[in-house]
Design a protein around this ligand. Structure first.
Ligand code: SAJ
Length: 439
């Protein structure tokens, strides 16, 4: 099929779309194309997920406004159906791939097993002249060095003639999946300008934001850079927090006044950096660099952010020591297990690193989180009789807590606030440590 024919099929919405990967990125995209009238097939390896969606139900955790209703609508309307069988893709004109792209814990090198498997299965069914769009976040150079060779090998077709290929990196945020897809600007990387133009025609169906067309490498660089940028920004805030602690300053006040200076936008220090994007994407950005340049700032920012859970543990030990409590006998309440405030998402949560380091040190550790299933016990009960409460996540419940009263119920009145949750420092003589604030 010529690219003009493909463009026409997109414009009259007769093009058939497949969405490979039905997670928090892929499922909303599939639903939105189905919503505007494209016959859409969802593909995933997870049988349970397939069955859930085919039943018109939402498998995505957390609060996602509008998603459950949209799934029910497009499934009932017959516009979205899901399968594990790739052979059903032999008649699809557009295939969007949104499978996970993790990095190895030790080497930080990307693991593309999920992607390779999807590409192989897709290639075997790939229709002549189909458009393949990768939405997963990938290391710069991956389209040309991994994705296209894999598709050419398994399909026997050549990119640019036998099939078309592009990269449109996702920009989703948990809790705002549909809103983000509809309203955020997107980068459209095409194998060639005609492909980029075709992708733009496609995405205009569901994206109201600006669609910036470019080449494959630029699209890969933009996505990984925007998250590496955020990681460096957070690391800067964390380092200034440590400086303020050492000098007796208050980083929260310093940040507020610094940001009154034009062109400054200092982010927040905290107990660490979690989630599915920020801890991973900086490593993707630099993963294919060999000897040409030795990145320093990006790895160092990762190191600073990864050290914050340990620093909060040190603050905990300082508070207990000041209170004269033997850590080995201390009962510690760890407040917050999600990676983000008011979310149930625990991917790569900094709290796991705090707990791993704290486990061998304290007598008893109680974990609380209002959003995360195993930890939703009553907060007052959790706090009764503990020697220190450690706030790792800025959940609203902790912001709204009456900490003066809570400290009264504790065996030792000690509190560590790693997210500047406290509206005011508790009045009674308690043993308080606030991240970024000298005491
Ligand atoms: N964090 C800080 N200080 C900050 C901001 C975040 O310590 O000032 C921590 C959070 O506690 C969390 C982690 O960093 O553990 C990540 O937080 P995040 O606000 O960056 O949220 P994410 O992980 O959902 O990031 C996503 C990203 N979106 C995409 O990749 C499409 C990121 O690019 C967005 O900037 C971010 O959402 C956003 O702005 O909400």
């Amino acid at each position: 099929m010529s690219i003009t024919n493909l463009q026409n099929k997109i414009q009259n919405r007769s093009a058939k779309i497949a969405q490979i990967g039905l997670g928090y990125v892929g499922l909303p995209v599939a639903c939105m194309f189905a919503k505007v009238g494209f016959e859409t097939i969802g593909v995933d390896v997870d049988q349970k997920r397939i069955a859930t969606v085919n039943a018109g139900e939402n498998p995505i955790e957390g609060i996602e406004p509008g998603l459950a209703e949209l799934i029910a609508e497009v499934v009932a309307g017959g516009k979205l159906r899901c399968t594990t069988d790739y052979s059903e893709l032999s008649d699809t004109d557009i295939i969007i791939i949104a499978v996970q792209t993790p990095v190895e814990d030790d080497t930080h090198q990307p693991r593309y097993q999920h992607m390779q498997s999807a590409l192989h299965s897709l290639g075997l069914a790939l229709k002549d002249g189909a458009l393949v769009v990768v939405e997963s976040t990938i290391a710069p150079g991956t389209m040309h060095n991994v994705i296209i060779p894999a598709l050419e090998a398994s399909s026997g077709k050549k990119a640019g003639t036998g099939f078309y290929v592009g990269h449109c990196p996702e920009r989703v945020m948990p809790g705002r999946l549909l809103h983000n897809i509809q309203n955020m600007d997107r980068v459209i990387g095409g194998f060639d300008p005609d492909t980029a133009a075709t992708m733009k025609i496609l995405y205009e169906n569901i994206v109201n934001g600006t669609l910036d067309t470019t080449d494959l490498l630029t699209a890969e660089l933009v996505k990984t850079t925007e998250n590496a940028y955020r990681d460096v920004q957070i690391a800067f805030a964390n380092e200034v927090a440590r400086v303020c602690e050492a000098l007796g300053g208050d980083v929260w006040k310093v940040r507020e006044l610094v940001n009154k200076s034009p062109g400054r936008n200092m982010l927040y220090p905290g107990a660490g950096v979690g989630g599915h994007c920020i801890p991973k994407d900086p490593w993707l950005l630099i993963s294919r660099i060999r000897d040409e340049v030795v990145p320093q700032l990006i790895p160092m920012a990762r190191q600073v952010n990864r050290s914050m859970p340990q620093h909060v543990l040190q603050l905990t030990q300082d508070a207990l020591s000041e209170a004269g409590v033997d850590p080995a006998k201390a009962i510690v309440a760890v407040l917050g297990y999600a990676y983000l405030e008011n979310s149930d998402d625990t991917r790569d949560t900094p709290s796991q690193f705090y707990l791993q380091a704290a486990e061998p040190i304290f007598g008893e550790i109680r974990v609380h989180d209002p959003f995360v299933a195993p930890y939703q016990a009553d907060l007052d009960t959790i706090l009764e009789g503990v020697d220190v409460a450690v706030i790792l996540v800025a959940h609203d419940e902790y912001r709204q807590m009456d900490w003066d009263a809570a400290l009264e119920t504790m065996r030792t009145p000690a509190l560590v606030d790693a997210r500047n949750v406290l509206k005011k420092v508790p009045s009674r003589n308690a043993h308080i440590r606030i991240l970024g604030k000298g005491h």
